[in-house]
Design a protein around this ligand. Structure first.
Ligand code: HMG
Ligand code: MG
Length: 318
């Protein structure tokens, strides 16, 4: 079978001309690996992603090492990225202790991560929603005083494995609270991948009606039910132009077992380039990077596009 290396470009009206991809593979992807990936492999992964043209690469987390042992090497990893130029390397920071660690290493972008539901706030942060917002408040204030850019993640925006459906007004309330703390950007997380496009439109519309500017919004879809690309297109049609994705489709959340991989960056780039939307990403180089990482992890990439472009076999669940 022959493979077309690039999609045919057929633009569609009403979409952004350029999309900024917020690459989360090294953080959301690797936090969920069963084995701990060697620090040098992580550093090479991030260098390769930068060389493939990604300009925002979430590098690691400064969380409690016992909560996420896969990223416990943040202090060793971050200095290995010093030579990467013109690429933002945000890191996850839940609290003051995490911010101390990140600032000590010179991090210039951080992300706090809240939850729209009480059940996930408790499991992920050992706090209620209100307690987590109180935990973030001094973090965001101190980061802003240091001119560090702050992203606010909001998880479980479309459904929660313990609470079920999550009402749109509940999501909007916590979203606004995160922005009120001073977050520069809000990333709407479909942590368990249950969203569908009408739901995405409804949430974005309500956020807009409540005064949240669309250019402050990013979308973060996991692909559990194969809806991530459709949901992304719905968000693009609404004017969103920052999209989170994970090279090779790695990902999940250790504190939400029903979460699977993120939207694969390659699948996203295939669609965006087919629509004539600029990303700055070299799809061939990115695919080679994910194929290389899959070799390191000892299993094929779950990304359809990576498999199509490399002829790799279907993934199996073990
Ligand atoms: P806790 O047990 O409540 O912590 O955990 P604590 O505040 O009670 O502190 C206990 C001890 O931990 C203290 O040490 C602290 O210093 C230490 P002691 O005084 O007892 O010796 N400690 C730390 N050490 C290092 N770094 C730190 C830190 N913080 C406290 N940052 C905590 C609370 C927030 C720390 C914990 O719940 C935690 O680390 N959670 C992180 C969970 C996580 O990383 N989840 C995955 C990321 S979220 C995600 O994937 C979703 C997303 O992708 C979007 C989506 O898909 O929806 C973003
Ligand atoms: Mg995630």
């Amino acid at each position: 079978m022959t493979h077309t290396a690039l999609p045919m470009v057929v633009p569609a009206p009403g979409l952004p001309h350029r999309v900024r991809i917020h690459e989360v593979g090294p953080r959301d992807g690797l936090q969920n690996e069963q084995s701990t990936v060697p620090t040098e492999v992580k550093a090479e992964f991030i260098h390769r992603l930068a060389a493939a043209g990604l300009t925002t690469i979430e590098a690691t987390s400064f969380v409690h090492p016992k909560w996420v042992p896969q990223l416990a090497d943040a202090e060793r990893l971050f200095p290995l990225l010093d030579d990467i130029e013109d690429v933002a390397l945000p890191v996850l920071v839940p609290n003051d202790r995490g911010l101390d660690r990140a600032l000590a290493l010179g991090a210039r972008q951080i992300a706090v991560f809240g939850s729209a539901t009480e059940a996930f706030a408790r499991r992920n942060l050992n706090r209620t929603v209100a307690e987590s917002l109180a935990m973030f408040e001094p973090v965001v204030a101190r980061a802003k005083a240091e001119r560090v850019r702050v992203r606010g993640y909001l998880s479980m925006c479309f459904g929660d494995p313990w609470e079920g459906a999550v009402p749109v007004p509940q999501v909007v309330r916590v979203a606004k609270a995160l922005l009120d703390l001073g977050c520069d950007e809000l990333s709407l997380g479909d942590t368990i991948g249950v969203a569908t496009p009408g739901h995405v439109r409804a949430l974005l519309t309500e956020l807009g009606d409540q005064g949240v500017p669309t250019d402050a919004i990013a979308v973060h879809f996991h692909d559990t039910y194969g809806q991530a690309l459709a949901n992304t297109l719905a968000a693009l049609e609404h004017g969103v132009s920052t999209v989170d994705a994970s090279a090779g489709g790695l990902g999940g959340c250790p504190y939400a077992q029903s979460a699977t991989g993120n939207l694969a960056t390659e699948d996203l780039v295939w669609m965006l380039h087919g629509l004539g939307i600029e990303t700055g990403v070299d799809l061939r180089q990115l695919t080679a990077t994910s194929a290389w990482l899959a070799d390191q992890l000892g299993r094929p990439s779950p990304s359809r596009t990576v498999r199509a472009l490399t002829g790799a076999p279907e993934t199996t669940t073990t």
